[in-house]
Design a protein around this ligand. Structure first.
Ligand code: C2E
Ligand code: MG
Ligand code: MG
Ligand code: MG
Length: 292
């Protein structure tokens, strides 16, 4: 009897699982085709230097312009691309597209500008990573310091020594490195000393409740001071309100990325914004009083 039930359970789960894996398979096929048909597009979200009130760089963020379903968020398809390994060719396309955009931007801005690209774990561990980076840099003819990779702490944890080796090799090419979603991972501060990074990006969960939650204000202030002491750049992610921007500015945060200044933009909108001398509006200082 028990044995019988066990078998039935097994059958139930395995049907369930094959349904899920069929769906995955279909999605994977669809993504393959989408990559070939160029249905993916890179958006760019400005990072604003608070002292100068100018866009100092952008983060590239992928979207899927699905012919039937409309715009699909990376949150939905990046994990599948990771699991299936499709992230490797997709990641190469992202890198090439971002570098081409970096080239276009410097050609008319004529000043330092960084284009950030998110690396996924699977891509980070792939054999050809270093080769792909140096080849893409050569082909795009950009100064390597214009390119920045955003990595997460959890990506590094599997094999720390090997990860450090890869990061050092990337840094040696002249490319810069940022830790994304800082404060949410298995953060061990000792790694900050060992990872050859340039920038900390404070996770948006800490920024969201600035002014509501005094713990978040303390955490954000501490991260900013620590970054300054460690000679790291610091970017606050996800600022939507004037009070948040002013708080960050007051605490000496160098750079802010968030809807307050701009949502991620398609290429033409980004280029229009960069050409507009009044494109970025700093919040009026009176708002500051609202934040305790
Ligand atoms: P992330 O790298 O931490 O990117 C920041 C996310 O926060 C983006 O979401 C951005 O649109 C969103 N964001 C920025 N400012 C605000 C704000 O003020 N308020 C709110 N509510 N959200 C804000 P997005 O584009 O949906 O990307 C989500 C995640 O998907 C990214 O998180 C990243 O982990 C992944 N991703 C996106 N593009 C790529 C890519 O090209 N390659 C890889 N490997 N991952 C990517
Ligand atoms: Mg990122
Ligand atoms: Mg982030
Ligand atoms: Mg994230």
């Amino acid at each position: 009897q028990a044995k019988q039930q066990g078998v039935n359970n097994y059958r139930f789960y395995s049907e369930e699982m094959s349904n899920i894996s069929n769906k995955r398979l279909a999605l994977e096929q669809e993504m393959h085709t989408a990559l070939e048909q160029r249905d993916f597009v890179l958006y760019y979200q400005p990072k604003v230097n608070l002292q100068r009130g100018v866009v100092s760089g952008v983060e590239s963020l992928i979207r899927w312009q699905h012919k039937q379903k409309g715009m699909i968020s990376p949150v939905e398809f990046i994990p599948v691309a990771e699991e299936t390994g499709l992230i490797v060719p997709m990641g190469l396309w992202i890198l090439e597209t971002a570098c081409a955009e970096a080239k276009r931007i410097t050609d008319y801005l004529g000043q330092p500008f960084t284009v950030a690209v998110n690396l996924s774990a699977r891509q980070f561990q792939s054999r050809n990573l270093l080769e792909s980076i140096s080849e893409t840099l050569n082909n795009s003819a950009i100064d390597p310091s214009m390119l920045e990779f955003e990595i997460t702490e959890s990506m590094m944890m599997g094999n720390v020594e090997k990860s450090i080796e890869t990061l050092v090799a990337i840094r040696n090419m002249g490319v810069t490195l940022a830790i994304d979603d800082f404060g949410t991972g298995y953060s061990s501060l000792s790694y900050l000393k060992r990872f050859p990074i340039n920038t900390l990006k404070i996770d948006q969960s800490f920024i969201r409740d600035l002014g509501v939650d005094s713990d978040d204000a303390a955490i954000v202030s501490a991260i900013i001071s620590m970054a300054q002491d460690l000679n790291l750049h610091v970017v606050a992610e996800g600022a939507e309100k004037a009070e948040q921007v002013l708080f960050l500015k007051e605490r000496g945060c160098e750079t802010v990325q968030g809807y307050y200044f701009s949502r991620p933009l398609p290429q033409t909108d980004l280029e229009r914004l960069l050409k507009d001398p009044n494109g970025i509006k700093m919040p009026p200082t009176v708002e500051m009083g609202k934040l305790v």
